[in-house]
Design a protein around this ligand. Structure first.
Ligand code: ADP
Ligand code: UDP
Length: 237
């Protein structure tokens, strides 16, 4: 399957049409942004790590009964996926306080929750992805009630599978962002990516951050962190 015209260029990926109207090719870039594009940079090798890692995780999730957009890895940066109509919600699951949660509620990072939390942001760059609740999402007709139920169930299932998987690699899964999409028949599937750009990973022993927070917070060692989490995922330890 070959790339035809570019349909979209986002902050981290490009999306191309293919000869099959139901499939597209996503191409992962090394470009990194934070704070809704205010901070820009590149992370050498990030596109390769995110592409391959996201594909491995999507295949793991498929095995556990979560349908995803993944079809086939085409090269180190390019993947064939089912083309979906993206549900304009960022679905954020948290196991431990960090980032905007800690800031918004004035608590420290690292508080372990008894139960995971789910929150939604309205995926809209012009509005800065505002936080919204289920009632708001329904009022704005972004999703139906049934779709919200499906999305929440998948999000919790994905959390269970990934939390256990990363713990086996000596990594705590702190929080992450998911995007879902609709197939032509309306079926909801997991789309976009699962990578160090979209998850917080803390080393279980040292607490070292192995994710994009190293870039966001100018902690240094950004490329090394992406390489290390990728090494663990590919080596299985
Ligand atoms: P952004 O749009 O936030 O800058 P990216 O650079 O990651 O993000 O661009 C990828 C775009 O492709 C995102 O808008 C994402 O919602 C969309 N997308 C992800 N998976 C699919 C898919 N299977 N079909 C269609 N669009 C997708
Ligand atoms: N996240 C993301 N894209 C976004 C916002 C958040 O992938 O546009 C991920 C982020 O990497 C983290 C989780 O979602 O793993 C929760 O992020 P948070 O709300 O704490 O936001 P941030 O700290 O990025 O402001």
């Amino acid at each position: 399957m070959e790339k035809l015209e570019q349909i979209y260029e986002g902050k981290a990926k490009k999306v191309y049409a293919t000869s099959d109207a139901n499939l597209c090719i996503v191409s992962y870039k090394d470009d990194a942004t934070a704070f809704n594009g205010l901070k820009k940079g590149t992370i050498a090798g990030k596109g390769v790590v995110n592409n391959r890692m996201s594909n491995m995780l999507m295949q793991l999730l498929e095995k556990h009964g979560v349908p995803t957009h993944f079809v086939q890895e085409l090269s180190e940066r390019d993947t064939l996926v089912r083309k979906v109509r993206i549900v304009p919600l960022e679905v954020i699951v948290r196991n431990v306080s960090a980032g905007s949660f800690a800031k918004r509620y004035g608590v420290e990072e690292g508080i372990v929750f008894d139960e995971p939390t789910i929150e939604f942001s309205y995926k809209c760059d012009e509005l800065n992805d505002p936080l919204l609740n289920t009632y708001h999402a329904l009022a704005l007709k972004l999703v139906t009630k049934e779709e919200v139920r499906t999305i929440e169930n998948y999000a919790l299932k994905i959390n269970e599978v990934l939390k256990e998987y990363f713990l086996s690699l000596g990594v705590r899964l702190i929080d992450f962002k998911l995007e879902f999409g609709r197939l032509p028949d309306g079926t909801i599937v997991l789309a976009d990516e699962i990578s160090p750009d979209t998850c917080r990973f803390w080393d279980a022993k040292t607490g070292e951050k192995l994710d994009k927070d190293r870039f966001r917070r100018d902690l240094g060692g950004v490329e090394d962190a992406y390489r290390e989490i990728f090494r663990r995922v590919t080596s299985g330890r």
